[in-house]
Write a protein that binds this ligand. Structure first.
Ligand SMILES: [Zn+2]
Length: 172
C-alpha cells in the first residue's frame, strides 16, 4: 500500500493550487479566486491569532509543520510520511480563526511527536492523542487567563478525550 500512496499523494498535490501563508505552504483544491483568497486569509488569521497570544508556540508550530493541505471531504489529520497537515475546507472557511488555531496546535503536536522519532504504533496511539488534547487544553487555559471564554472549546476537548479519535494516517 505504502509505495502506491506516495506517488498518488504527489499527483494530488500537483493538481492542487499552492499558496504561501507566512512560513506555511498551503495546498488547496483549485477554485475561483475568491475561494483561494479566502483559504489564505483564514489560515493567515489563525496564524495571526496564535502569534498574538502564544508567539513561542506559534514559532514552534511553524518549525514542526510547514505544509498544510486544505481538502474538501476530510477531517483534520497529520500525514505522517509526508509531514503534511490536512485540514477540511469547511473548517478553514468557517470564519473562526481561534478554532483553526486549536486544530493547528493539535496537528502540530503530531508533527512534533513524529519529529522526536516516536514511531506510530497502535499501542501508543491513544497516548499521543491525549498529548495533543493536553496541548489544546494548555492553550485554552492560556486564553482563559487572558479573558477569553473557553467553555465551548473545553467541552469539545472533554468530549474528544472520551472518544479519542484516530487522527493519524498510517497509510499515507
Ligand atoms: Zn490527533
Amino acid at each position: 500500500m505504502r509505495p502506491l500512496l506516495r506517488p498518488l499523494f504527489r499527483w494530488d498535490l500537483a493538481r492542487s493550487a499552492k499558496s504561501t501563508c507566512g512560513p506555511f505552504v498551503v495546498y488547496h483544491d483549485r477554485g475561483p479566486t475568491p475561494y483561494d483568497t479566502s483559504i489564505v486569509e483564514s489560515v493567515t488569521a489563525a496564524i495571526a491569532f496564535l502569534r498574538r497570544y502564544a508567539p513561542r508556540r506559534c514559532t514552534r508550530i511553524e518549525r514542526d509543520m510547514s505544509v498544510l493541505w486544505v481538502r474538501k471531504a476530510t477531517r483534520p489529520h497529520y500525514l505522517l510520511d509526508q509531514g503534511v497537515c490536512v485540514l477540511p475546507v469547511s473548517h478553514v472557511l468557517a470564519g473562526n480563526p481561534s478554532a483553526l488555531a486549536f486544530t493547528l496546535i493539535h496537528e502540530a503536536t503530531h508533527a512534533r511527536v513524529a519529529k522526536a522519532g516516536i514511531e506510530w504504533r497502535p499501542s501508543v496511539e491513544s497516548r499521543i492523542e491525549h498529548l495533543c488534547l493536553k496541548e489544546e487544553e494548555r492553550f485554552a487555559l492560556h486564553l482563559e487567563r487572558r479573558g477569553f471564554d473557553v467553555d465551548a472549546i473545553r467541552a469539545w476537548i472533554e468530549r474528544a478525550r472520551t472518544t479519542v479519535v484516530e487522527h493519524w494516517d498510517t497509510n499515507g
